[in-house]
Design a protein around this ligand. Structure first.
Ligand code: C2E
Ligand code: CA
Ligand code: CA
Ligand code: CA
Length: 280
């Protein structure tokens, strides 16, 4: 992030180490963003093997007044480190529920099962996280069955028990849980059976270039077999080609998310797509 002047900055490579000054600029920007309503949720379809849309993942976008759309890779980590992710994450939850409520009013096809929402470690660990989610469900009158929360492996490791308890409380209201980016964290297969998970998302790094005879396929096969035994639904992330899709199907995975089907799109476009795809 490079400072250009008051309230204005440019974003470079997200991997680039940013200076303390640059971080401060982003933090200030995020503060403004919350105040000025600069965040948006986009939606990426999750489809089955018949291209029916089963659900969507809500993905955060920051529409900056000077620089336009800023991707989460450029600010989520800074927000996590500054603590701002808690407030941002609460905005995401409420916005997602409100969007869902509005779609329900317009009519949701029965094939649409769930809206997935990313939860940051810091947000999940707040003492009032469960109460807040339940309160927002009540406020928007959304059935918990329509909600899936995506959490990552790393946030679970030190907090098995606390995490499990929170999950159980939310599951009582019908909310389901997905383990995100599976296979990329400090993986411990142990938590898979300790925690009340429903869905396992195979990370894009296992999907890119996948073909049935490869060594990668051997790993994916084990992941899918393990998930099956544990009664977890598997969703493959980052599916970009037909051959990746067919390799995944051959290995027993029938839920997909990726550019092959759709990039993340705004709420209006998503609803149109949903109507069109699920007509038959
Ligand atoms: P994620 O949760 O793993 O989300 C999937 C990311 O992969 C999204 O990037 C999506 O646009 C991208 N993607 C989907 N299909 C494909 C594909 O076929 N090819 C490629 N190359 N990429 C694909 P996005 O939207 O930039 O989000 C990046 C990350 O930012 C997310 O990764 C998630 O960790 C985080 N994030 C996004 N929204 C939120 C949010 O509301 N709260 C929190 N805490 N984190 C969020
Ligand atoms: Ca995710
Ligand atoms: Ca992911
Ligand atoms: Ca990822």
């Amino acid at each position: 992030v490079k400072t250009l002047g008051r309230n204005s900055f440019q974003f470079f490579d997200p991997e680039m180490q940013s200076s303390a000054q640059e971080r401060l600029e982003v933090e200030k920007g995020l503060h403004q963003a919350l105040k000025n309503n600069e965040f948006e949720l986009w939606f990426q379809p999750q489809v089955d093997s018949h291209d029916q849309i089963l659900g969507a993942e809500a993905l955060l976008r920051w529409r900056h007044p000077d620089t336009g759309i800023i991707m989460p890779g450029n600010f989520i980590q800074i927000a996590e480190e500054s603590g701002q992710i808690v407030e941002i994450g609460n905005w995401v939850l409420l916005q997602a529920f409100k969007q869902l409520a509005s779609w329900r009013e317009q009519g949701l096809p029965e094939s649409f099962k769930r809206l997935a929402i990313n939860i940051s470690p810091l947000q999940f660990m707040q003492v009032d996280f469960v109460d807040r989610v339940l309160q927002m469900l009540d406020q928007t009158k959304i059935p918990g069955l329509l909600i899936e929360l995506e959490i990552t492996e790393n946030m679970l490791l030190n907090n098995f028990e606390i995490a499990g308890n929170k999950m159980k409380l939310l599951k009582k209201r019908g909310i389901s849980f997905a383990i995100d980016d599976f296979g990329t964290g400090y993986s411990s297969l142990r938590y898979l059976h300790y925690l009340p998970l429903d869905i396992l998302k195979i990370d894009r790094s296992f999907v890119t270039g996948l073909c049935p005879s490869s060594e990668l396929a051997a790993i994916v096969e084990v992941i899918i077999a393990t998930a099956d035994r544990l009664n977890l639904t598997v969703i493959a992330e980052g599916v970009e080609t037909l051959s990746e899709r067919s390799a995944l199907m051959e290995l027993g995975c029938n839920c997909f998310q990726g550019y092959l089907f759709s990039k993340p799109i705004n709420a209006t476009l998503f609803y149109q797509k949903l109507q069109a795809a699920n007509k038959t």
